[in-house]
Design a protein around this ligand. Structure first.
Ligand code: AMP
Ligand code: ZN
Length: 475
């Protein structure tokens, strides 16, 4: 693939040519992972469709890849700064379970989401609580020159490193209002490295430390695990755009303190924009959110959500709505039907066609331009100058980047039965035949009644659907 890869670096706020720092090590990527106190909402999952696209494009371009995603099971407070309760402690209390059970349950659910979205497994999942000893070592090394102790814990003095807040673009304009006050902090943006357990309070998760019994601050884990598994500096650090404000500037400050230099720890800092739901803001902590499983239960194939994500550039906000999702499902169905039609005509093994691969390469090498790649796929499928077998072989190569399972999915597999469906597929078929007969004898009242009854069972009747579906799940 000959196009040169360009990626947007949040640190410089510009597109920059990408090359691995140490070609012998391949490309090293660290992605901030989920906090496993609840199910991931669809917005969270957009972050991992983005990292998957990044890792697929890097692999497509021939790089060996080491990708680490962490699992946060300690330290993330209900506020992104240092106030509030630990999200894990609060969830365990609310559910009357141990933190370890809560973490295990939501970690498994998250990994199921990852597999449903055809997101490739990272080289390593690293769990925060498996790295407490390393976090303590890290903290001991930076404490003398960069930290101070208060009653509530050990805090990082952000004035001890250069350019604090450069990533967030806030050096000259610290947004104090966004940062919750902690009594005694030297600067509002200083943050906890270690949080002491409150006096007389028995916490589920606490460890001994030179600063008393307690738990690490949230930012510490990512510095420690990225350094341990990828070395410093490594190539690319990713996260949602909210991390550009507090979490990543704090990781950078810790990394600078650890190396005693000005290195941020990673060469590129990349951030996906938000999935927004104008109806009800998706928020795990507020309880109003849509999970991938809720879409599957409604009868929507999870890869339709993947396609919805790919239709937008990762740096653009993406609006979530039932209409957008339904349109993505229709588009996916159209693609699958085009593939099925080609399969019926193809003879023998085809070959992937270089000209088309170059076109895809150009699109995705330009800061992961998946919205540009999708119309190229449509054009490829319709290119009559190519034999069906060659078109299919080229499509398989495209799908290495897109991950839509285009040669595996079938039209039938795409249509999931809603979890609350009161009708079996057979019953739906029978009712549709009945309705057809009513229409033949122009008994439209009866035909409408059947349609309404089906709708009540979660089935939307589709008259004259060009793609040949006679019903679909009602969204
Ligand atoms: P969390 O589980 O809260 O630590 O978040 C997991 C990932 O989801 C992080 O990279 C967040 O930045 C990202 N994220 C949170 N909300 C959204 C959203 N609405 N759209 C896209 N990414 C999000
Ligand atoms: Zn992180």
């Amino acid at each position: 693939m000959s196009a040169s890869l360009t990626l947007y670096n949040s640190l410089t706020r510009s597109l920059e040519p990408f090359a691995p720092l140490d070609p012998a090590k391949g490309v090293r990527v660290y992605s901030c992972g989920p906090t496993v106190y609840n199910y991931a909402h669809l917005g969270n999952l957009r972050a991992y469709v983005f990292t998957d696209t990044l890792s697929r494009v890097l692999t497509w371009k021939g790089y060996a890849l080491t990708h680490v995603i962490n699992i946060t099971d300690v330290g993330h407070l209900t506020s992104d700064a240092d106030a509030g309760d630990d999200k894990m402690e609060a969830a365990a209390r609310a559910q009357a379970k141990s933190i370890w059970d809560v973490a295990a349950h939501y970690t498994a659910a998250f990994k199921q989401n990852i597999s449903d979205l055809n997101i490739r497994q990272p080289s390593r999942w690293s769990v925060a609580t498996d790295h407490i000893a390393e976090m303590l070592d890290f903290a001991k090394r930076i404490a003398p020159q960069h930290c101070y102790e208060l009653d509530t814990g050990l805090y990082f003095d952000t004035s001890t490193v250069r350019d604090y807040g450069r990533l967030a673009g806030t050096q000259d304009d610290v947004r104090e209002g966004r940062i919750d006050p902690v009594a005694g902090k030297r600067h509002p943006q200083d943050f906890a490295i270690w949080r002491k357990s409150p006096q007389g309070e028995q916490r589920q998760m606490e460890w001994d430390s030179p600063w008393g019994k307690g738990a690490p601050g949230w930012h510490l884990e990512c510095s420690v695990m990225s350094l341990k598994y990828l070395g410093a500096p490594f190539d690319i650090h990713t996260g949602g755009v909210d991390h550009r404000e507090i979490h990543h500037p704090n990781e950078i400050a810790q990394n600078q303190a650890w190396c005693g230099c000005n290195d941020t720890g990673a060469r590129f800092w990349m951030h996906n924009n938000f999935l927004v739901d104008r109806g009800a803001k998706m928020s795990k902590s507020k309880g109003g959110f849509t999970t991938l499983q809720s879409l599957i239960d409604a009868g929507v194939h999870p890869l339709a959500y993947r396609l919805l994500c790919l239709q937008a550039h990762y740096r653009s906000e993406l609006e979530f709505s039932a209409e957008n999702l339904a349109a993505a499902l229709t588009r996916l169905k159209r693609l699958i039907m085009a593939v099925t039609a080609l399969e019926a005509k193809a003879e023998g093994e085809g070959t992937a066609v270089a000209l088309w691969l170059e076109r895809l390469d150009e699109a995705v090498s330009d800061d992961l331009g998946t919205p540009r790649a999708l119309p190229i796929l449509d054009e490829l499928l319709a290119d009559k100058k190519l034999s069906p077998a060659d078109r299919l072989a080229t499509l398989v190569a495209f799908d290495e980047v897109l991950g839509l399972n285009l040669r595996i999915l079938t039209r039938e597999a795409l249509r999931l039965r809603p979890a609350n469906a009161t009708l079996t597929a057979e019953q739906i078929g029978d009712r549709l035949v009945e309705r057809q007969q009513a229409r033949l004898v122009k008994d439209f009242r009866r035909s409408d009644t059947i349609r309404d009854e089906l709708a009540a069972g979660g089935v939307e009747v589709m008259d004259g659907d060009p793609l040949g579906w006679d019903w679909k799940p009602a969204l």
